[in-house]
Design a protein around this ligand. Structure first.
Ligand SMILES: [Zn+2]
Length: 328
């Protein structure tokens, strides 16, 4: 039995609830996984966490899976492991868990990166534009794609992605979902679920753009993380802390007064890596990751300087950045 990921949107209170579980390490030999009431968080958090993960870095991928997809992927890995999805309490031997984690990386690293690229295209309203670039001008579909591309706005390409992959199900049984404890004042009375990660994400995007007024998905030009903006104006920098207790927005203001150029996609990719390594280290990463982070902090200012002075190209900067990822 495969566990469907399940979500309910509480638009009135700007919250989302996701199906949830608890992982416990018993000893060196086994871990226990059991179901617990849904995870409550700010609206859009799951989607943004997905967008900000480096899926070609195996630790980053695992942290995302551990937070959201452990049971879903485990039931794909071994579909006999859980018989009652609403009530389970299972023991997994550590070596089986390790095999499972290796399988996750081999099976999903590329897939999840592709979904992320598709979503980025949708959020930049460049989905059809990118298809057009690789479509033969003599092909029968060329004119149609050209038209779609020139009319692309308001994240409309999500409709095509959603219909191509539609496995969404609606479920009215909130009592089971909330394990008999439905929150008061919740503004919706059904959940969405899906058995594929791509469809689940496309459904979330569709629901958010259909229900949240003025919603915009923006990529911070400093740190490269995505954020949701519901103001009427465009916002270039996010309001989360980047370093020294300052948000990207505050850093950008300070930099602007020094007339420094901040909007650079190569530097943005480096800062996203910095943020993800910092995240891994702050929750207690392995020695290997800590060393990588130390090397990053030591070398980045040097490479950044070389790049800014034109001594190396953006592509060369990214080659260096590739060495700062933990691959299998
Ligand atoms: Zn930022």
């Amino acid at each position: 039995m495969i566990e469907n990921m399940q979500i309910i949107f509480d638009f009135k209170n700007s919250k989302e609830y996701l199906s949830n579980y608890k992982l416990e390490s018993i000893n060196d030999k086994k871990i226990i996984v059991k179901n617990v009431p849904p995870k409550r968080q700010d609206l859009g958090t799951f989607l943004l966490d997905f967008m900000d993960t480096d899926f070609d870095d195996h630790i980053d991928l695992y942290l995302f899976v551990k937070k959201y997809l452990f049971i879903h992927l485990l039931t794909i890995y071994d579909n006999t492991i859980i018989t009652d999805i609403n009530n389970y309490h299972i023991e997994i031997k550590k070596d089986k868990a390790q095999d499972f984690i290796d399988w996750i990386y081999n099976t999903y690293s590329v897939d999840f990166s592709m979904i992320q690229i598709n979503l980025e295209r949708v959020f930049r309203n460049k989905y059809y534009d990118d298809i057009l670039k690789i479509t033969d001008i003599l092909s029968d579909e060329y004119d149609e794609i050209e038209e779609l591309s020139s009319n692309e706005r308001d994240y409309c390409a999500i409709n095509e992605l959603l219909t191509d992959n539609n496995t969404t199900k609606i479920n009215y049984d909130l009592k089971t979902f909330f394990m008999n404890n439905i929150p008061e004042n919740i503004s919706t009375n059904y959940t969405f679920s899906s058995d594929t990660v791509d469809n689940f994400l496309y459904c979330i995007v569709k629901e958010l753009i259909s229900n949240v007024k003025n919603i915009k998905f923006e990529c911070c030009r400093n740190c490269g993380y995505w954020f949701i903006n519901t103001n009427n104006n465009e916002q270039k920098y996010c309001d989360s802390i980047f370093e020294n207790n300052m948000t990207c927005n505050e850093i950008a203001k300070e930099e602007r007064s020094k007339k420094n150029e901040k909007d650079d996609i190569y530097l943005q990719k480096c800062r996203k890596r910095y943020k993800n390594l910092h995240k891994q280290v702050s929750i207690g990463a392995s020695e290997r990751v800590q060393n990588c982070f130390e090397i990053f902090k030591e070398q980045y200012p040097i490479y950044q300087e070389r790049y800014k002075e034109g001594l190396i190209t953006g592509e060369e900067l990214l080659e260096w950045l590739e060495c700062m990822k933990i691959r299998k």
